[in-house]
Design a protein around this ligand. Sequence first.
Ligand SMILES: Cc1ncc(COP(=O)(O)O)c(C=O)c1O
Length: 458
Amino acid sequence: MAVRETVEFDLERIDRLIAEEEAALEPKHRASLEYRKVAERYVAGGVASSWQDAPPHAIFVERGEGNRLYDIDGNEYIDYHLGYGAMVVGHAHPKVVEAIELAARRGTHFAQPTKDLDVIGENLAERFRLPLWRFCNSGTEATLEAVRLMRAGTGRDLIVKIEGTYHGHHDSLMFSVVPDPATIGPRERPATVPQVPGIPRAFADLVVVVPFNDLDAAARAFEEHEGEIAGMIVEPAMMNCGVILPEPGYLQGLKDLCRRHGAFLAFDEVKTGATIAYGGAVEAFGVVPDIVCLAKAIGGGVPCGAVGATEEAFGPVVRGEYDMAGTFNGNPLTMAASRVTLTEILTHDAYAAFDAVHAALERGLGGVIERYRLPAYVTGIGAKGSVIYSATPVREFRDTIGIDERITYLAWLFQQNRGVFKSPWSKQETWTLSVWHTEEDARRYVENFEAFAAAVAG
Ligand SMILES: Cc1ncc(COP(=O)(O)O)c(C=O)c1O
């Protein structure tokens, strides 16, 4: 294969460009900067969630419509952030608005089941090829329940997770999400690094961390802990180091491995589910795990979550031995929004449209990368994609360590200053498409990217 000649990023130039772009951005966000000070008086850090804030500052939003977002300064953006990927239906979709309005008039909460269960359950069963479902209110809750199901079903305690993946903010899995390279230990046996202070050491002792896309490493972990592992949770395509796709055979290999060792396999499809294909990673990669965790896109923008599993995995719940409970599980607003999202908006046609916009982005960005000889490439599938700033393919978290975050931050600033909203965390340079995004919107993204490429190439 011909080796592609690439330029090297000049980090001094990038520092200068960052200063220029930040100076251009600040006056556009006066109202956000002012309101932050007001919010800070009574709200810790002035934001509702720590990940709503990132350099250079939090941006407060007024409203959204379709693929457009408007901040409180009145700036209009094409939204590729889409609420961390939850708004694949776009903002204020008329069908979702109507469904929520109707549900709200009939009562917003009962903590009793309603008659949406069969339609939503059947739709999810068809998409993800798992027979039984339960509902919750976030991705965090979905993965928490998946972990507990795996432990309840096996009577074992250990869970295997991938280095560099995020599964929500509960204590069972918030390890080695974006670990400091100084603390991660050798690749053959990665350390289990807590992501935040406050997680007891005892939880770390229950989590075995392995690299993505490495079947041998996973097999070694199972052999070293024979008879102790309840299951493995994996984001079937990693979504928070840019998009990293599973290599052929990897997911099936994990399934066979878990089976051989009497353990469960759970896919965390909180980001991939109903975005990368109609049936998420299960359809895209042709592997059906024991458990699937969903949230984000399936709720049409209302807090949501779901766990799907085999009859075996759901056995303890069905038999009433394990209470999988939550006051707001199956809330009527969530169910109404989810029903219309799954049955009327995210239909098969929606995925053909994502593929067309993705292809336009891939062509356009790929062309810019070639012309400016950037050490970068485009990756993604369906409604999810990213530019990865590496000349060689990134297969796992450790491959991203050398990518200087100033590059991705500058790329973010270029988009933000030119009317494209991206998720605030720079290294994740990942986009989400909604059903409202067009090839024209892709052109805007590509134009901004070309401005970035021209500036960094000098
Ligand atoms: C793969 C994955 N799993 C779980 C979660 C947690 O979801 P939530 O923020 O809804 O709790 C996220 C959130 O970004 C995620 O990306």
